[in-house]
Ligand binder design. Structure first.
Ligand SMILES: CC(C)(COP(=O)(O)OP(=O)(O)OC[C@H]1O[C@@H](n2cnc3c(N)ncnc32)[C@H](O)[C@@H]1OP(=O)(O)O)[C@@H](O)C(=O)NCCC(=O)NCCS
Length: 248
């Protein structure tokens, strides 16, 4: 199903649907979209409900108070503010000791870190989504990255064991940090910085700009990107509607 009204579009999200145990949709408004008409959001919400939606998400520019009001009238809840950072690849930072490209053998360790590392993303902060489901989304995300979705994966190995990873995706001259995490008991020792430095060095000469996104509430990752002189280029708010999020 992909439904369009005059402005908004409702699209299925197969990745999340598989994990939440029922249909998940994303509602999007085109850039520069006019304010939705009175019934527009309600009609799309009813359609998603009729399809048995577990979750409908919608991300809008932080400045669009009109869209935020329309979503809240339709039963959506604001969940997170997402900050997008960007910086040129040059100048590249100095070498990052203990960081190396991942191999297939590293997949299980990275998936295990992903399963316990996250807490600020929209799945983890939404009280209507079970913690185990939110953890599973991150674990599968990393498994998919190893199955070919990523352009590169680097791991931090300060000793024998893998302590963190950074996953990047490349589109033209722009590379995006798709996911970064350090194991909880290894944080605050510079490994996050080493991973970002490793990714920046890897793409020096391969891309022109690196982007990264994180929640405004995620102090450690905001500090991490600011430390490397990333600048804020966008702020967006994510809304959730959860007609029946929990699996029976
Ligand atoms: C973000 C993350 C990767 C940073 O890893 P880390 O190894 O702790 O990072 P570093 O030790 O290199 O520190 C990076 C910055 O975060 C700061 N920081 C680390 N832990 C912090 C904490 N608990 N509170 C506030 N700041 C913190 C450091 O002081 C440093 O900033 P500074 O250079 O201004 O001093 C790690 O916190 C993490 O895995 N978080 C969970 C996953 C996540 O949220 N990922 C980001 C979104 S995809």
């Amino acid at each position: 199903m992909s439904t369009t009204t005059s402005a908004a579009v409702l699209r299925p999200e197969p990745f999340e649907s598989g994990i939440l145990g029922g249909p998940v949709f994303r509602l999007s408004f085109p850039a520069q979209s006019a304010s939705p008409g009175g019934d527009e959001v309600r009609v799309l919400v009813e359609e998603a409900r009729g399809a048995g939606a577990r979750l409908v998400s919608c991300r809008i520019p932080a400045a669009r108070q009109d869209l935020a009001s329309a979503l809240e009238r339709g039963g959506f809840r604001p969940i997170e503010t997402l900050v997008t950072y960007s910086r040129p690849l040059r100048p590249a930072p100095s070498a990052a000791p203990g960081v190396r490209p991942a191999t297939a053998i590293d997949a299980a360790a990275c998936v295990a870190i992903a399963r316990t590392a996250f807490g600020y993303d929209r799945y983890h902060v939404d009280p209507e989504i079970e913690r185990s489901v939110a953890d599973e989304i991150k674990a599968k995300w990393v498994a998919n990255a190893f199955d070919g979705r990523a352009d590169s994966i680097h791991v931090a190995c300060p000793a024998d064991a893998i302590a963190g990873f950074v996953i990047c995706r490349l589109a033209g001259s722009e590379v995006t940090i798709d996911l970064i995490a350090v194991a909880q008991d290894q944080r605050g020792r510079g490994l996050g910085a080493a991973l970002v430095a490793g990714a920046l060095r890897h793409y020096d000469g391969r891309a022109e700009v690196m982007r990264a996104g994180t929640q405004a509430s995620n102090l450690p990752s905001n500090r991490l990107y600011r430390r490397f002189a990333f600048a804020v280029v966008d702020e967006a708010v994510t809304f959730h509607l959860t007609p029946m999020a929990r699996r029976e």
